[in-house]
Design a protein around this ligand. Structure first.
Ligand code: 2HA
Ligand code: ZN
Length: 271
């Protein structure tokens, strides 16, 4: 058995979380990540027959029975993962009943997975149904995205258009636009279901006055989506009160979709 602390998936998640902490995306215990692991790869580092304890998830994730996830712990700080992975992170497998998580590693201080597990697992189910290569669901609280949800109408078409028009890269990176949820109580099955429903259409979902969800085939892709939205939101907030001398037009956006062969959300352009 190889040492789990040398596992690339663990090292990569820790490095990503440390970076996110330093960017200010994850204050205190803010944010959470789940990473669906390959069973064969996980088996190189863990005895998959050794269930340390079981934890009730409180919702049905039968579609993920047998799937193994590296997940961040509830109440844990992203800044501490690199110093103490075994108390801050855990590896769980969804049991046959669909509502029990089998702990295979971590949460060594008796802790449990993130309070946002419903949104994570329901979003994994939603993304896998349209993209079998999806592995990551990532949630965090980046400043400018959060600020933008305070001042911008929470309308998917309008907020996507504002983000697309901030910088050339936006429509290239998220041509399908961004999904938006109104303010809701977090950590519940209801916000999990609402997030997953949006994830069927978008890889980015904004939680008004809370934060952002992103997904992807790996940590770079999920984080790259989030940091691009955050950069565009930053441009928006830096210039919202200034007269505009130059602007990306709908014609410019259309030209980008042609240049990059983008499968963009056509109803979001005024052409
Ligand atoms: O884990 O970000 O949404 C803390 C949160 C809850
Ligand atoms: Zn949050």
């Amino acid at each position: 058995m190889k040492d789990i602390l040398t596992a690339p998936f663990l090292i990569e998640l820790i490095r990503t979380a440390s970076n996110m902490y330093r960017l200010g995306y994850d204050e205190r215990n803010g944010g959470n990540i789940s990473y669906m692991l390959d069973e064969k790869e996980a088996g190189e580092y863990l005895d998959l027959n050794n269930v340390i304890r079981t934890i009730d998830t409180g919702f049905d994730a039968s579609a993920l029975t047998g799937k193994i996830f590296l997940v961040t712990g509830t109440g844990k700080y992203f800044k501490n993962f690199e110093y103490d992975p075994e108390n801050n992170l855990g590896i769980i497998r969804i049991a046959k009943d669909g509502t029990t998580a089998e702990l295979l590693w971590g949460f060594a201080d008796g802790g449990r997975f993130t309070s946002e597990l419903p949104a994570h697992l329901m979003s994994h189910i939603a993304r896998l149904s349209i993209d079998p290569g999806n592995r990551i669901i990532m949630h965090c609280h980046p400043d400018y995205t959060l600020a933008m949800t305070q001042v911008h109408e929470a309308d998917e078409r309008k907020i996507t258009r504002s983000l697309w028009k901030q910088m050339t890269e936006s429509i290239v990176v998220f041509p399908e636009g961004v999904g938006v949820l109104p303010w809701m109580v977090c950590g519940t099955n209801e916000i999990g279901e609402a997030t997953a429903a949006k994830m069927k259409e978008y890889r980015i979902v904004l939680w008004t006055l809370h934060g952002i969800y992103g997904c992807g085939k790996d940590l770079d892709e999920a984080f790259g989506l989030i940091e691009t939205v955050e950069k565009a939101a930053k441009q928006y907030m830096l210039t919202a009160n200034l007269p505009k001398a130059n602007e990306i037009t709908d014609k410019n956006l259309l030209a980008l979709t042609v240049r990059f062969g983008l499968n963009y959300r056509k109803e979001f352009l005024d052409i």
